[in-house]
Design a protein around this ligand. Structure first.
Ligand code: GLC
Length: 600
């Protein structure tokens, strides 16, 4: 178990004094923080190569254990879907411990820190609990629930040895065309700020893993919702909308911040000294480590790959850890040359190392570098799945209901249709088992259809046909589970139409033609352009991307749990209204904060 004082307590009791470039944390009694003293002592003994190694994060597939030892690597990551074989919790723990042994075989014996994207549970690991994506959690308006999800995620991540989570995304999604809209808790800064409680769940208590507020800053505000695009805003607007959640995260003691691929008024964030050093580190007094995004420094000059100029620009801008998945050797050589040429000051290298080593000390990695196998059985545990089911139910937003809901549990025939009804991969969305996610039975869980079958009363019969064939008037209700197929990042951008696909439209037409009341369950990472079809639907439930516990959707459909979700984003009347956000004077189909419930 890795001891870690609660950051909020330490943060409240201590103050950060920047003395002659050395970050000295004085506790309430004015004594030196033991962590700072320990880091300073280590720093004095380290060589330049050891310091540069600490600033280098390589992707696991591109290193051997010998590389870790020889190049003094400070960190590894698993990119989305980069998993051991077999992809089991125990196998992850064995992999992690193997890499850690290699790191401890160095003269300084500095443990490595291993990062993953566990953005809705430990989503790379087969059998892990997959929670609703952030857009659904925003609909719950329940910061305590989100903190508890952070705690459960910390247990599953720690059970596999991993100690760094590149989450939460505190992006403020302003244009639903953006492929990462579902990674946002909502379109107003207050929602991600409120839900930053997930950081407490991840970092405070035991086990503790390092959280990452990302992507700094303005990733959700790009023109046209283009992923990695340009956020064209005044500084006042950038601060009001996109900086606010990071203030909340820093106040909570978040240990790391990841820089955004996007630009602000044409300047790439990865080279932005004012925003990274002057605003984040000095004005907000962020004392944790700043990490680049995956090959993020390559984008500074707009050309493929990175140059010595890009390396020194990014380091001097204030980035401390470099996610250089493949070109990590060339990064090390380039940075060494830039320091030796005097173009990167040693003070900057030392500041970066202080920040990195301080997080490793606070995580207890020096004392407990290996997996705490007591947490391994928590991966996919019944307790965590029950929490996820509760979160799914609370995330459902009822947008229309002429009385067709709740479904009757006392008997009768229910027809279920739609490509999204019986598919764990589809209902989990991107960042699940693989980077992009995929349809199919990709990990254990309960599909929405299975949830309906489990919840329908004894006297009820549930018939499923994906396309809706076989529907007739003998059915009391037809539940159409439709929406988007999985995607992640820029591959999810929708610059053109935002409507339902042809398969779903055909299924819905068939159900509608039968005259049976149609209940639509929309499984999507964002609002879709459904106004033209809505009049033909008797009820509409926004289900977002619920994850593995589809029974939570059935809980709401049958009224086991009343719907309480509220829209975290404005629902457009048509795609050409994008961007559309609360307060912009446009007339939406459903306003931000909208959500119905059941009368009884
Ligand atoms: C990705 C994402 C970032 C993620 C990182 C590591 O490209 O932008 O959110 O944490 O790379 O997978």
């Amino acid at each position: 178990m890795r001891p870690r004082p609660s950051r909020s307590l330490a943060a409240a009791a201590a103050s950060l004094l920047l003395v002659s470039g050395a970050a000295v944390r004085a506790d309430a009694s004015g004594g030196r923080d033991p962590a700072a003293a320990r880091v300073e002592a280590l720093l004095k003994r380290m060589t330049l190569d050891e310091k540069i190694g600490q600033m280098t994060q390589a992707e696991r597939q591109n290193v051997t254990a010998d590389d870790i030892t020889r190049y003094r690597l400070g960190s590894l990551l698993s990119g989305g879907g980069s998993v051991p074989t077999p992809n089991t919790a125990a196998s992850w723990a064995d992999m992690y411990d193997g890499y850690q042994r290699a790191a401890l075989a160095t003269p300084r014996r500095i443990p490595l820190i291993y990062g993953v994207d566990a953005v809705h549970g430990h989503n790379n690991v087969y059998g892990a609990t997959i929670f609703p994506h952030n857009i659904g959690l925003g609909a719950t308006r329940d910061p305590r629930l989100v903190r508890d999800i952070g705690r459960a995620t910390a247990e599953e991540v720690a059970g596999t040895g991993v100690d760094w989570n590149f989450a939460p995304c505190l992006c403020v999604a302003r244009n639903d065309r953006w492929g990462r809209t579902y990674e946002s808790f909502g379109e107003v800064p207050e929602l991600p700020a409120q839900m930053s409680t997930v950081i407490d769940g991840l970092q405070d208590g035991r086990p503790s893993i390092l959280a990452t507020a990302k992507h700094y800053v303005g990733d959700g505000g790009t023109t046209g919702g283009k992923d990695q695009g340009d956020t064209q805003l005044s500084e006042a607007e950038l601060r009001r909308i996109h900086l606010a959640p990071f203030r909340a995260a820093v106040r909570r003691g978040v240990g790391s911040v990841m820089v955004s691929y996007s630009s602000w008024n044409g300047v790439k964030l990865h080279g932005h000294k004012y925003l990274i050093t002057d605003v984040l580190k000095k004005e907000l007094r962020f004392s944790g480590l700043v990490v680049s995004d995956y090959n993020g420094i390559d984008q500074i000059d707009g050309q493929p790959g990175f140059t010595p100029a890009e390396v020194r620009t990014a380091v001097n801008a204030g980035i401390d850890m470099f996610m250089v998945p493949a070109e990590w050797k060339r990064f090390i050589e380039t940075l060494r040359a830039e320091v030796q040429a005097g173009r990167v000051p040693m003070a900057r290298i030392d500041d970066a190392n202080r920040r990195i080593l301080t997080q490793k000390v606070r995580l207890g990695l020096f004392e407990r570098p290996f997996t705490d196998r007591r947490y391994t059985p928590t991966v996919g545990s019944a307790e965590h799945r029950a929490l996820a089911r509760q979160a799914v139910a609370k995330s459902q937003v009822l947008l229309k209901n002429d009385g067709a809901l709740p479904l009757d549990r006392r008997g009768g025939k229910i027809f279920v249709a739609g490509k999204s009804a019986d598919d764990i991969g589809v209902q989990s969305g991107g960042w699940t088992i693989t980077w992009q996610g995929s349809p199919g039975n990709i990990t254990p869980g309960t599909t929405i259809l299975q949830g309906i079958r489990q919840t329908a009363g004894k006297g009820s019969t549930v018939t499923y046909d994906k396309e809706g064939d076989g529907i007739d008037r003998s059915y009391k209700a037809a539940v159409a589970v439709v929406g988007e197929l999985p995607y992640a990042e820029f591959l999810g951008d929708r610059p053109a139409g935002m409507g339902l696909d042809a398969e779903d439209l055909a299924t819905l037409a068939k159900l509608r033609a039968s005259g049976v009341p149609v209940v639509v369950v929309l499984v999507s990472g964002r609002p879709l352009d459904i106004a033209p079809q809505l009049p033909g639907w008797n009820a509409l439930l926004a289900s977002w991307l619920p994850g593995t516990e589809g029974r939570g959707v059935a809980d709401v459909l049958f009224g086991v749990t009343r719907p309480t979700g509220k829209l975290p984003v404005t629902w457009m009347r048509s795609a050409d209204q994008q961007p559309i956000n609360v307060g912009d004077g446009k007339r939406p189909l459903f306003p931000f904060g909208y959500g119905l419930s059941y009368r009884r």
